[in-house]
Write a protein that binds this ligand. Structure first.
Ligand code: NAD
Length: 259
């Protein structure tokens, strides 16, 4: 299937590795002009080179912290007026809500709620003018089924989800769609770090915890960033213009509900 987005411009945030990188790779393979960002220059430039080599087309990069106003300005200067925006950033740390003060909450809200909203605000009007826009927010399965130790994530991402639900219905008539992609467990550095934290706390080996978690899921495995990237790219396609304001769960069947 020709997804109809070759030659479109995409800004993919937080994409030197993991899920963001999976999205950048899949978009670049479709002939999209991709700009990626991440905080460390060496990492993001290296990732852009590797993705470009895989896709057979140049990938632009910018080193910035997307959760700051300066970082967002740098990203938008590198990729002004994108047709496709993939919002992503690192997730908040795990912990107990009794230990989180106002500053901890504001950091989580800044990174996982207000940063995507600011980037949407900066890009959506030109998408509406051009009558084409695709915005995908990488959130989490925690929006649908909260994860006990990730209260900051549960809260901040639910705020974004509520906001997007309203805005998506105001812009879809201009062929601008906004959807959220909800990852379950994907084999990335972030997931590895979570298991290392649990291994340290429990005194059990990392491999034992990881394998038990994989076996406890219906699919018996973790997802691959390439699978996630392919779904993101379909949501960015011409064909997906009638999918708006949805929360697409990608978790290998881990969520136990019928709907
Ligand atoms: P990862 O650690 O593998 O990769 C994160 C990427 O984001 C890296 O390229 C890093 O450099 C970049 N980054 C982090 N903070 C940044 C910032 N402030 N500015 C710019 N770049 C930044 O993580 P991942 O597993 O790909 O997770 C991506 C998002 O998805 C996170 O918010 C995570 O909480 C969420 N998530 C992941 C999973 C999973 O199983 N991997 C599940 C649910 C939710």
């Amino acid at each position: 299937m020709d997804l109809g987005i070759a030659g479109r411009r995409a800004l993919v945030c937080a994409a030197s590795k993991g899920l963001g990188r999976g999205c950048a790779e899949a978009l670049a393979r479709e002939g999209v002009d991709v700009t990626i960002c991440a905080r460390t220059e060496a990492d993001v430039s290296h990732a852009a080179q590797e993705i470009g080599d895989l896709a057979g087309r140049a990938v632009a990069w910018v080193a910035c912290d997307i959760t700051t106003a300066e970082g967002r300005a740098k990203a938008l200067a590198a990729c002004p007026q994108p047709d496709i925006l993939v919002n992503n950033a690192g997730g908040p740390p795990p912990g107990d809500f009794r230990d989180w003060d106002r500053a901890a909450w504001l950091r989580a809200l800044d990174a996982n709620m207000l940063t995507p909203i600011e980037l949407i605000k900066a890009t959506i009007d030109t998408m509406i003018e051009r009558k084409f826009g695709r915005i995908v927010n990488i959130t989490s399965s925690a929006v649908k089924a909260p994860i006990d130790i990730l209260g900051l994530s549960n809260g901040a991402r639910s705020g974004l989800t509520g906001f997007v639900a309203g805005l998506a219905r105001k812009v879809v008539r201009h062929n601008v769609t906004i959807n959220n992609l909800l990852p379950g467990s994907f084999a990335t550095d972030r997931l590895r770090t979570n298991f290392e934290t649990r291994a340290k706390a429990s005194g059990k080996p990392y491999e034992e915890l990881r394998d038990a978690a994989m076996n406890a899921t219906p699919s018996g495995r973790f997802g691959a960033p390439s699978e996630f990237g392919a779904i993101c790219t379909f949501l960015c396609s011409v064909q997906a213009g009638y999918i708006a304001g949805q929360n697409v769960l990608v978790d290998g069947g881990a969520y136990p509900g019928t709907f």
